[in-house]
Design a binder for this molecule. Structure first.
Ligand code: PMP
Length: 349
């Protein structure tokens, strides 16, 4: 079979290992809370599976448009925000074009760019693990079609400040699309962080998801808010009908139950901040986390530390030779984690 060589060489998207019995799966930045009963009921009620879903998720777009102060056509719903990002990459970039993003950042970015035929331009994060927006702006050439900014950044947890984002945008040509990936935006507590919504720029698309703060990862639903022409181009590249009716029902019910869900987000953020403080006290050089995860810069010891965590029942995501990303999970997992990581600090081998 004559496969495209760059696709044949592309590793599949990596999922976390399952947790051992009595262990904790802290490798996929999932929401540890069970679905709300009302949300589960709404999902179950969307049971006319013999029919295709509404291709554009119009009801959900109406609700989202109202809360973000845009028209319903300036909202686009996809089967997870990653599928919308794939559409935006295809809509903007092809062979000979360049897509700029920070590195490390979300593992899916390189694959999406390769699939489009475009070239990835990875700009190393600063020593404090945050995006180097100056270097990202410097990396723009006349071939650049898209820049992805991730705040909070997966896996390092750092934010981009509103001021730095504005300065950065002032340096980006207006015909280059900037995607602000806010998959973890609801967990942000830093008042200086950029907030993509309400929209302020004609070349910015903001990506949001129901997977993290709203706990619907398994339903696959996310959305983009942005300029009509860009979203129309994304819609043109989308696989038709991939957003299912149960997913839309789950998203609508989650928006109705938002106060309860955001109270959970507040809990997770508080658990995160407590873990961060405790890790710093143990001596770990953890950057201040703003998503629902923490980043341990374990360097060359990454694989060994991940293995010790795994042996103790904790599945984390290892990125050798840089670090380990640990999701904020069940309350009990935090004590366990601190016990093991404290032990690792004391007995590194
Ligand atoms: N962006 C970032 C930064 C992520 O970490 C993730 C999920 N890991 C996504 C997008 C995709 O989320 P989803 O497709 O579930 O909406």
């Amino acid at each position: 079979m004559r496969l495209r060589p760059e696709i044949a060489a592309l590793p599949p998207y990596r999922q976390g290992r399952p947790a051992p019995a009595d262990g904790f799966k802290l490798s996929s930045n999932e929401n540890p809370f069970e679905p709300l009963a009302g949300v589960a009921a709404a999902v179950a009620a969307a049971s006319d599976f013999n029919r295709y879903p509404d291709a554009t998720a119009a009801d959900l777009r109406e609700v989202l448009a109202e809360r973000h102060g845009v028209s319903a056509d300036e909202v686009h719903v996809g089967a997870g925000s990653v599928s919308i990002l794939a559409q935006l990459v295809l809509a903007t970039s092809g062979p000979g074009d360049e897509v700029v993003y920070a590195w490390r950042s979300f593992e899916a970015y390189p694959g999406l760019v390769t699939v489009s035929g475009a070239t990835s331009v990875r700009v190393p994060n600063r020593d404090d693990h945050s995006h180097d927006l100056d270097a990202m702006a410097d990396a723009v050439t006349d071939r650049t079609r898209l820049i992805i900014v991730c705040s909070p950044n997966n896996p390092t947890g750092t934010i981009v400040t509103a001021d730095d984002f504005e300065t950065f945008l002032s340096r980006v040509p207006s015909d280059v699309l900037v995607v602000l990936d806010e998959a973890y935006g609801e967990f942000v507590t830093d008042a200086d962080a950029v907030r993509g919504l309400p929209l302020r720029h004609p070349n910015v698309v903001v990506l949001r998801t129901f997977s993290k703060a709203y706990g619907l990862a398994g339903l696959r639903i996310g959305y983009a808010v942005g300029p009509l022409a860009v979203l129309d181009a994304a819609r043109a590249t989308a696989i038709p009908l991939s957003v299912t009716a149960p997913a839309v029902a789950g998203a609508l019910a989650s928006l109705e139950a938002e106060p309860e869900l955001l109270a959970r987000v507040t809990d997770i953020a508080a658990r995160r901040d407590a873990l961060f403080e405790a890790l710093v006290a143990q001596g770990w050089a953890v950057p201040r986390p703003q998503g629902n995860f923490v980043w341990l810069p374990t360097g060359e010891a990454t694989a060994a530390v991940a293995e010790r965590l795994f042996d103790a029942g904790i599945v984390a995501r290892a990125f050798p030779p840089e670090g380990i990303r640990i999701s904020i999970g069940e309350a009990e997992s935090v004590d366990e984690l601190l016990r093991i990581l404290g032990d690792i600090v004391q007995n590194p081998q």
